[in-house]
Each structure stands twice: as C-alpha cells, then as structure tokens.
Design a protein around this ligand. Structure first.
Ligand code: GN1
Ligand code: MG
Length: 353
C-alpha cells in the first residue's frame, strides 16, 4: 500500500490524498497532496529498476547535485530530496522496490509543449533555454568525479544503433518487417548522426556535468511564464552540452506532441527563442567549437530518441511506458521526421562538411 510508503517519509500519512500523477515515461509517480490545502505537497516515486539498476547510486547523484545547488544558490527555489524519517534519501520496501520523495511545487507548473500563443510560447521557451543552460553553468564547480555515470553511453549514438541492431536481430514479435522504411532512414542518416560521438572521442568537446533529459516538461514555470526550477535529475551525469541543448530544442522548438507524426514540425522562431535563452546563460564559458557545432545537437538528439523508440517498439515495448501498442512506433516516426527537419537548418552545412 502506497500509504505505508508515505508513512516512511511523513508523519500523519492519513492527512494526505495520494494519486497517480504526471507524464513521465519511466517511473511510477504519485502526488501526495495535503488535505489541508495550506500545507506542503510532495511527489512520491517508485524507481524503475529495469532502467536504473543502481538506485542507491542514482539517489547519490541527485543528493550530491541538489545539496551542491542548495549551498551555492541560496535563496532561489531548488529541488531537494525529502529524507525518510530515518534520514535516508530513499526507502526500500519488503519487495525490493525503491521509493523516493521530492517537494511538490504547488505554485509552479510544467507543460508538455509550449503555449499555443506565440508571444507566451516565446517567453516560456527562452526562459526554459536559459534555465537549462544555467543549470549546467551552476554545476561547473562540482567535481565531475562525484557524479556516477548512471546510465553509461546514454546519448552515444553508436551504442544506440547497436541496441537497435540487436533488437532487429532478435525480432521477438516479428515487427521488423513492418518498420523497414524507418530502418532505412535511420541507416541513411548514420554518417551525420555519429559526428558528435566522434568529436567527443577526439576530445574536441569538453565533458561537463549535464542534465541529459531537458525535455520542455522538465522545467517548472511560474504564472508569468518564467522558468523557475529544473526537475527530473535522474540522468545527471558526465555528458556534453549538445545533449541538453539538443533535447531542449527537440521538445521546445516544435508544435506538437512527441508522438504526433503528422503534427510535429520545427518552428524556427521557437528554435531561435530557445537558442537565445540558452546562449545568454552559457556563452561566457562555452568553447568556440561547442558554440559552432550546436546546430547539430537538435537533429542528433531527435535521432537518438527515434532510434530508442524504434528499438523499444521492435523489442515489444519493454522500456518506455506506452498508452497504446503503436505509440513507440509513432514516437519513433515523429522523432525521425524531426531529425530530418532539424538537419535542414542552413548553417548546418558548414558543421557537417
Ligand atoms: C524518458 O521519463 P522521462 O519522460 O523524463 C527518458 C529520456 C527520453 C524521454 C523521451 C531515463 O524521460 O531519456 O528522452 O523519456 N528517460 C530515461 O520522452 O530513459
Ligand atoms: Mg526522466
């Protein structure tokens, strides 16, 4: 019973209503809402151990990061980890499930997509870009060896392609025959989409502590559409700036949901708004090569997601939560379309040649 879990973290668990919450693709998430509206609410999550096989290390990363930010950025709202009543940063139940709790920011909200209104969208996106860029900047003084590479090769294209190849080989549900067209496009794009891997291997791009899941819905806004708190710190680990900049654009510079194959297009005004916000927060310390190669980030991150969704579709939907049996395929198609659209950016020619 989830009430018993809440009791591990909070006194008087009976004073809270607990219900499923949010659109995350990975964990089981609950909002723990105080029945007396004036008090604090919380977010409770059961960690997905198929994805995160070392929950202790995962929570260590989040605690180290949030503690560091708390100390260095006093006075601004920050994500924190709510301790168990025994003082731990997670609770392990009798069946071996790991649970954790965060504050729930009642006055702030997240959106899966920017607002339909162009002016509001621009404000939200520029502010989100700034918040995600600032996040990496705020962590520059945190020694990188304190952070575990919790999901190694997470955004490594060549590794993602190997995973896809393995799924194609196994083809457990006979789905490969239905996705030949997608596989063909994935293969066609390989030369451009593995450039980032190569630059990292050649150490042309610095390794930084990055967020790695900078979806538009991973930042919380106030009523005036200002981005206030970056959330979902599961994938904090050593990475490169392109991962965050690219995943932000993949989800902010678009006009429709992640799985909306027909609807999804790149909105270049939104792209510019994100770029402007991101650069304002980062250009002082990014290297010239990082800045020069940023246009490759959005297509590469869209491509990675496409390959991952396609792999999961072929594998029989074992990784991501899905709403219907075709959702992973639609996600893969929409993200592949996005990758190709992002590749049309005029200043990309110089970068890839
Ligand atoms: C997952 O759980 P959520 O929605 O924040 C995934 C990200 C993907 C994203 C695609 C640990 O993130 O890498 O970009 O779905 N997280 C993990 O929407 O795999
Ligand atoms: Mg996540």
């Amino acid at each position: 019973m989830v009430e018993n879990i809440v009791a591990q973290f909070l006194e008087k668990p009976e004073t809270y209503s607990i219900y499923a919450f949010g659109n995350g693709h990975i964990h089981d998430t609950y909002r723990v809402e105080n029945k007396d509206r004036a008090s604090s609410d919380f977010l409770l999550q059961k960690i997905n151990q198929t994805v995160f096989s070392s929950p202790e290390k995962l929570m260590e990363n989040i605690s180290v990061t949030t503690n560091f930010l708390q100390e260095t950025l006093e006075g601004t709202p920050q994500l924190t980890v709510i301790s168990t009543r025994e003082g731990g940063n997670f609770f392990r139940d009798a069946s071996g499930d790991y649970w954790r709790m965060f504050p729930f920011f009642k006055d702030l909200v997240s959106y899966d997509n920017p607002a339909a209104d162009a002016a509001i969208a621009k404000q939200q996106i520029e502010s989100a870009g700034h918040a995600f860029g600032k996040f990496v900047g705020d962590l520059r003084e945190l020694p990188i060896e304190k952070i575990h590479p919790i999901l190694p090769d997470f955004h490594r294209v060549t590794w993602r392609l190997e995973q896809l190849q393995a799924a194609i080989q196994a083809d457990p549900l006979g789905r490969v025959a239905t996705v030949e067209r997608e596989i063909l496009v994935v293969k066609k794009l390989i030369p451009k989409m593995t450039l980032l891997d190569a630059w990292m291997d050649m150490e042309m791009i610095p390794v930084r502590i990055t967020h790695n899941d900078t979806k538009f819905n991973n930042v919380l806004f106030d009523q005036a559409h200002r981005a206030k708190v970056v959330i979902d710190l599961d994938t904090i680990m050593p990475g490169c700036i392109h991962f965050d900049y690219g995943d932000g654009l993949r989800t902010a510079a678009v006009t429709a949901a992640e799985d909306d194959v027909q609807g999804v297009t790149v909105d270049w005004d939104r792209y510019e708004a994100f770029h402007k916000g991101y650069l304002a927060a980062t250009e002082e310390w990014l290297t010239p090569f990082e800045i020069e190669t940023l246009p490759l980030a959005a297509p590469t991150l869209s491509y990675i997601m496409s390959v991952r969704f396609l792999t999961d579709y072929v594998n029989g939907d074992v990784y991501y939560k899905i709403s219907d049996p075709m959702q992973n395929l639609r996600r893969a198609q929409a993200q592949l379309k996005l990758a190709q659209l992002f590749l049309l950016k005029p200043d990309l020619e110089e970068v890839v040649n």
